[in-house]
Design a protein. Structure first.
Length: 381
């Protein structure tokens, strides 16, 4: 086969990748074509932890049984030595391509449980693959292209890895287009969050980002203290990360009780400007995919100038001056006891005011008031 013909076939394959983004039913044929060009007898384009198309996930398998993914997630993922070595070699970022023999020697590989108990029955011995998306931006989940040859075949080489490297950005762009065009993935609630200028994230109990609005995407891409890694929110400060995990765990019983103290979290140097996270529990049933307890998180600069219009809160909800003052204090993470001391009134008076605020705004708890005001009545200056 001449070089010109090879280039023409590659151009056709890349064209088919983009067509699949518009016609998802053709993905199976396209992925099979990629594996055929790589000389692989089996493989997958898959998002192992997010298979749902509603969340941008995909699982397209060629000559791999349907039961493989459940077995992998239930047990073998913790013994996946390939993934462990990829992390050790810093090859888990978007666009990374890899070969199995560069991660482990034959002797090491043949002595692993992952090979002997999991992959050997399917004769998946030699590996070539790449990271389509590492999930750090949030538009796509963690997603990889992996293909295999049997033990009797020769290993993949530089030529196959170079081809994977060349195809990865095209796969990512096409899947991104498919995700944006998927009507099941964008709900009215998500569209509403996307209109807010304030960074907003919807987080599951385990830290998975179920939705990230445009402002939050920009924040996580630029702020050194907050990142999206493998589709999960990651904070650079260990104390803040532990507090975040603790607060998200309360999502499971968000409608029976709340964690003690204000539902806010500070990230950054206390002596300087940092980020304030305000949490509001929510059940994301239907709106953001499979029903589950979650938290809607609003993020703002601690000392950022935010304009509130008390008259708007008064005219919209009929709040008194004292009730407006309390509602705005809650958005700053002030406790009821602190607010009572600052205003020179009793805690019982503040509790009575809070009861009126909840009643007039149609909310059930303090965090709902914070979400309502930050989402509808706050504008960064």
């Amino acid at each position: 086969m001449g070089k010109g013909q090879k280039n023409t076939e590659l151009d056709d394959l890349i064209g088919a990748i983009y067509e699949a983004g518009l016609e998802p039913a053709t993905w199976q044929h396209v992925i099979a074509g990629i594996f055929a060009r790589l000389g692989a007898h089996a493989g997958q384009l898959w998002s192992p932890y997010t298979p749902s198309p509603e969340k941008g996930g995909v699982v397209i398998s060629v000559n791999i049984e349907d039961g493989v993914r459940p077995s992998y997630l239930a047990y073998y993922h913790q013994h996946d030595v390939w993934s462990q070595r990829l992390a050790e070699h810093g090859l888990t970022h978007t666009g990374s391509a890899f070969l199995g023999q560069e991660l482990l020697t034959d002797v090491e590989w043949r002595n692993t449980e992952f090979w002997n108990d999991f992959l050997q029955p399917m004769d998946l011995y030699h590996l070539c693959g790449g990271i389509v998306d590492d999930g750090s931006i949030g538009s796509l989940p963690l997603m990889a292209l992996v293909c295999y040859r049997g033990i009797a075949k020769k290993p993949f080489g530089t030529m196959e890895r170079n081809l994977v490297t060349r195809l990865l950005p095209h796969l990512r762009r096409s899947l991104g287009i498919q995700s944006k065009l998927n009507p099941r993935r964008t709900s009215a609630a998500e569209l509403a969050l996307d209109t807010l200028t304030m960074p907003v994230m919807v987080l599951a109990q385990d830290g998975r980002c179920l939705h990230v609005n445009a402002a939050a995407e920009r924040l996580t891409a630029s702020h050194p203290g907050i990142r999206l890694r493998n589709g999960r929110l990651s904070l650079s400060q260990g104390v803040a990360q532990r507090r975040l995990d603790e607060m998200l765990c309360h999502a499971r019983d968000a409608f029976t009780r709340l964690p003690p103290g204000p539902a806010t979290l500070f990230v950054g140097d206390p002596a300087s400007d940092g980020l304030v996270f305000s949490f509001s529990p929510a059940m994301v049933a239907g709106m953001f995919g499979k029903a589950e307890a979650a938290a809607i998180v609003f993020v703002r600069q601690r000392n950022a100038s935010i304009s509130f219009h008390p008259e708007e809160l008064q005219s919209t909800y009929g709040l008194t001056d004292a009730e407006v003052a309390l509602a705005l204090a809650l958005t700053r993470g002030v406790t009821l006891k602190e607010h009572a001391a600052a205003r020179g009134v009793s805690i019982n008076t503040v509790r009575a005011q809070l009861k009126q605020v909840l009643s007039k705004t149609g909310t059930a708890r303090q965090t709902d008031v914070v979400r309502l005001i930050l989402g509808r009545h706050a504008a960064p200056v």
